[in-house]
Design a protein around this ligand. Structure first.
Ligand SMILES: Nc1ncnc2c1ncn2[C@@H]1O[C@H](COP(=O)(O)OP(=O)(O)OP(=O)(O)O)[C@@H](O)[C@H]1O
Length: 352
């Protein structure tokens, strides 16, 4: 391998380039993910944030090559993991990678756990499939793994079935299975959403601890910017299948640019304010067959929308070092976003 190839390989672990994933609705293909590009470096925690229906899960399933088989799908773009293009891999090649080099955990652990097998046999199966251990070794390792993820009495729990455990414990088991082979990348799709608040915090802390200990990269999918602030290094904000803003976490929180990001931030509950009702963003994400074909996809909900926003499709453009935003407020030919205060003052959405 040449020096240049070596350098390129070291600079990212996963490189998603121009990913487009479409599903058929009433016989026609419609994009659920449109032209998404990003990289994850080794050990990096990349947050993907956006409301329900923005394409976060479809993007993750595209990376894992786990798109539903019962519906016609189309996928374009490159998904380079360690320089191999996953989009060109066969099922057999992907089976060797999933659970070993890339693992995924879901919001609902029962989607991964099989109700008819014991916890022990399911954790052991991952180790038997990928690590070539004997059954006795796999049993011991699975007990150690369950202990590592904070399950007490793991030597007893291995004989339990998933339904006998609480939601938080099932999530811990799923994390144990996901990290069993020390993957380089963990994709976590809303791993705490279904849990109550105290358990959410524990599971986040667990993922963060494992990430640091194992030097693992994490793609953290969430609709919760609080989660992003807690554990992510870089952030992608998605809206209606597209990346609308991306920056490192400090920059994004200090200087959010896209009106959608600003509204998401205004919906974060503040510790020092009594909020009886959580702020929500008015309106809904358009369904994939209702996306406007030109213009900004956020136009109908945007408090700063201009006439041009329905006519010109904005590009994802760079502003201030590695801060990218897809919004005409920041287009060269328009006044810079920060100079647009007169528009934002007149039309800014309520922030509570
Ligand atoms: N199997 C499918 N067939 C048709 N459309 C689909 C399918 N799966 C997802 N979609 C559509 O793709 C879009 C993106 O969905 P996706 O699940 O990726 O959103 P999300 O941001 O992950 O939301 P959530 O947080 O609710 O999972 C949505 O409009 C959704 O309805």
């Amino acid at each position: 391998m040449t020096n240049k190839q070596n350098l390129q390989k070291e600079s990212y672990l996963l490189k998603v380039d121009s990913l487009r994933t479409a599903f058929t609705v009433n016989g026609d293909f419609h994009d659920a993910v449109a032209d998404v590009s990003f990289t994850i470096k080794p050990k990096q925690v990349l947050g993907v944030v956006g409301e329900s229906g923005c394409g976060k899960s479809v993007m993750a399933l595209s990376i894992m090559q786990l798109l539903p088989k019962d519906i016609k799908t189309k996928m374009h773009g490159d998904i380079l993991f360690n320089d191999a293009d996953l989009s060109k891999h066969t099922d057999k090649q992907m089976n060797a990678i999933r659970g070993k080099d890339i693992s995924m955990i879901f919001q609902e652990p029962m989607t991964s756990l099989n109700p008819v097998f014991t916890i022990g046999s399911q954790v052991q199966e991952v180790l038997l499939n990928h690590e070539g251990l004997t059954k006795a070794e796999a049993r011991l390792r699975s007990i150690a793994l369950l202990r590592d993820v904070g399950i007490s009495r793991p030597d007893k729990i291995i004989y339990d079935y998933p339904h006998q455990l609480s939601g938080g414990m099932r999530q811990r088991v799923m994390i144990a299975m996901a990290i069993a082979c020390k993957p380089k990348l963990l994709i976590a799709d809303e791993p705490t959403t279904a849990l109550d608040v105290t358990v959410q915090a524990q599971i986040l802390e667990l993922i963060q601890g494992i990430q640091e200990e194992n030097n693992m990269a994490v793609l953290m999918i969430t609709h919760d910017l609080g989660v992003v602030a807690e554990i992510c290094h870089e952030v992608i904000v998605m809206y209606a299948g597209k990346i609308v803003e991306t920056a490192n976490v400090v920059e994004l929180f200090r200087r959010p640019k896209h009106p959608y990001t600003k509204l998401l931030m205004s919906a974060i509950p503040k510790m020092d304010e009594e909020q009886e009702v959580l702020a929500t963003i008015e309106g809904v994400v358009p369904s994939i067959d209702q996306m406007p074909s030109v213009g900004c996809r956020f136009v109908n909900r945007c408090p700063q929308a201009m006439k041009e926003c329905a006519e010109i499709t904005p590009e994802l453009a760079s502003h201030d070092n590695d801060h990218f935003v897809r919004c005409l407020l920041y287009k060269e030919s328009y006044p810079k976003g920060d100079d647009f205060a007169h528009v934002s003052q007149q039309e800014e959405a309520p922030t509570t």
